[in-house]
Ligand binder design. Structure first.
Ligand SMILES: Cc1cc2nc3c(=O)[nH]c(=O)nc-3n(C[C@H](O)[C@H](O)[C@H](O)COP(=O)(O)O)c2cc1C
Length: 122
């Protein structure tokens, strides 16, 4: 897998700004967790583009829902990278272990984790 995160996040900022999409992308070093928020058509098109991207695999849609407001309004795609102690502690605050099983994870807790991670970004 060739993964140039800087290049990837540049593309995210460019496209998402154009499509009024906001969100966060966490890369643990092994897996990605991402939130996309915006209009239905824009989010759908972006999701399908991402799902077809050969730079990752085993894409799982954890949740898709209508929301009253954005959780990440200031981020055209905030990038949070790595799994340091602070990050591990954030995961452990909401989950029994730092490992997230996308099949069973509680969505509200996961969104809380990602909001806490976004607070670490400047
Ligand atoms: C984990 C991951 C997250 C991505 N997130 C976004 C995103 O939020 N917005 C986006 O436009 N492309 C995202 N991409 C890239 C798309 O898969 C695709 O390469 C890109 O949208 C193509 O844009 P371009 O035609 O302008 O190069 C992501 C890719 C990966 C692997």
């Amino acid at each position: 897998m060739s993964m140039d995160l800087r290049e990837l996040i540049k593309t995210c900022h460019r496209n998402n700004a154009m499509n009024s999409i906001t969100g966060i992308l966490h890369y643990s070093g092994t897996y990605f967790l991402q939130v996309l928020e915006g209009g239905r058509a824009e989010v759908s098109a972006t999701y399908h583009r991402i799902a077809n991207d050969p730079r990752h695999s085993n894409v799982i849609l954890i949740s898709c829902s209508d929301v009253r407001e954005r959780l990440f309004p200031v981020w055209t795609m905030g990038l949070h990278e790595g799994m340091d102690e602070e990050t591990r502690n954030i995961f452990l605050r909401y989950f029994a272990t730092k490992d997230v099983n996308p099949e069973t994870v509680n969505v509200d807790s996961l969104l809380d984790v990602l909001q806490d991670l976004s607070a670490e970004l400047s």
